[in-house]
Design a binder for this molecule. Sequence first.
Ligand SMILES: Cc1cc2nc3c(=O)[nH]c(=O)nc-3n(C[C@H](O)[C@H](O)[C@H](O)COP(=O)(O)O)c2cc1C
Length: 425
Amino acid sequence: MRPSLRALRRENGASSQVEAGAAAARLDASPATVKGTPRRKLYAGHALEHARTVDDLRAMAHRRLPDFALEYLEGGAEEEATLSRNLAALASYRLLPRALVDVAHRDLSVSLFGRSMPLPFAIAPTGLNGLFWSKADVLLGTAAAKAGIPFIQSTMSNDSMEDVSAIPGLRHWWQLYVFGDRWIRDDLIDRAGNAGCEALVVTIDAQFYGDREWEERRFAHPGRLSLASLVEATLHPQWIATTLRRGMPSFVNLIDYLPKDRRGFFESAFWIRANMDHTLDWKEMARIRALWPRKLLIKGLLNVHDVERAMAIGADGVILSNHGGRQLDWTISGLDALPAARGFIRNGKTLIVDGGVRRGTDVVKALALGADAVLLGRATLYGLSAAGEPGVERAIDILREEIDRDLGLLGAPSISALGPEFLTR
Ligand SMILES: Cc1cc2nc3c(=O)[nH]c(=O)nc-3n(C[C@H](O)[C@H](O)[C@H](O)COP(=O)(O)O)c2cc1C
């Protein structure tokens, strides 16, 4: 039987007692219930307008996806302590509202790279989106363009860079994984330039693939799902109809770089994993900086010394991130690094953070701590997995409404009015 969402969250939150406490305080314990009454459950039906929160979209995604895809979406590395930390770090801050402030007008806009955008978040790069919905990268990009926010397309995406670039009005950023011979990354950088990408986001925390043990248990051996997983997948006809209608997704942007016998979906993913460049260092990053004339962000930093080095090689910004808890276990959260990192970010440079953002108050906390914007990873993927592009739009709308209300309740008329004085621990 599928574990309940509550049980799942309890598992995710149980890696250490302290973290379990913080996560439970946020997720499970409700002073409004007595022994399970009033009986409460998240919305997991089909009518998107009934999804009140990102968690409802999550419940809808859990209903629709087969177990192996769900495990890929949700899981973290090893004991999932890093995954828990992302929630616990957010939960460790409390808001300190100001009273009697005129908040009749609230401004949710921020400026990234000198360009204003109506919301303080962007969509994070995520690979294998084609497992959740057919043409998923185009759908995510389309929803982002409609909302006026950037979409970061992953190296491991399943739609072509050029198709995503063709989405009218999209702020299209390309996320680069550094793998294989040098000419491959150079070619991808060249293509991102030709496709008109505004920014290059080099992810540096996945040169070794995090050990997501729960996901691996779904496979008979690398590249082949277990019989039980295959049978379970057949119990999800809606997923089959909306995701596999054009066959298994493929890594269209990389296929030409791969050996001819390694071009199947799982085979290519495993080939790339095996060919990540373990020599990647600051010298190579400086070379990439020199190659790429537009905005350059380095994603996956957690140590302030590395933020300083990123500035020194001329990066335009950094993304503090632990990859959604999917890589090294027992790290801090990007949010934990934020206050100190701010001190190393020079004028005009950009500081972004991600990890565990599911609520307007999460966004508000990160911005009050000094982030210029946050990235949404799973939040928009829940929407995508629940209902395709309208689901992504619903996730964005929910967060927009929550942030707007939160600013009103906090007594902060704009994002720029936020600061650490609105927070306490
Ligand atoms: C299913 C999934 C796939 C991901 N794939 C990538 C990727 O290809 N490249 C990358 O830089 N980060 C990847 N990430 C990490 C996200 O960019 C982001 O850092 C993370 O999801 C933020 O945490 P959150 O999911 O709690 O919001 C992935 C995350 C998820 C959940």
